[in-house]
Design a protein. Sequence first.
Length: 227
Amino acid sequence: MKLAIREWAEADRPREKLVEQGRRALTNAELLAILIGSGSSQESAVELCRRLLFGVENNLATLSKLEVADLCRYHGIGLAKAITIIAAMEIGRRRKDAKELPSSVLNSSKRVFNFFRDRLLDLPHEEFWVLFLNTGCKLIDTQLIGRGGNDFTPVDIRIILRHALQANAHSMILIHNHPSGTLAPSLADKQLTRRIVDAGKLMDIRVNDHVIFTDQHYFSFRDEGLL
């Protein structure tokens, strides 16, 4: 009896498998199945993609040369699925041709301010961001953690740590803005910073700085000896 993918064990479903085990755990057929989304009444998306790959001797380079008409000859692949596959192959081709951009090195408060200033310029409300860095203080990821009113932003420390672990970060820089133009950190700012620093220590993730932004200036906890 044929089972639809939704009836498979969760660990075997391509999408769930990618989330739980990472993209490298999936076969080429499973990755293609995620792209096309569904199979036919006779076979699942994974089985359809296995058959497609068999037709090109399991060679992705050969698959990337097929045109829409070639793909549509396979039962279960219509125009929409064929276009999706061709678009994915083209993205992969362009990815190989693209030059990797150098990561920003954020090893001073001035560099942090210059790097992130435009993101917070003229905002009428507070936002709390975290920059996640590797061992060389190069940027790995940027996450908006909270958005609030004129003088308060809710921050969930568990979310910060979760993003840090997912990014495999060595350290992080906390950032938030003061729309009022006041540079001095509030008592709540200091308390929150200490809580994040203490929580990060448990995971061996260092807080390099907490930088408060206004439109023209910034305040660095590190520069002022508060870290």
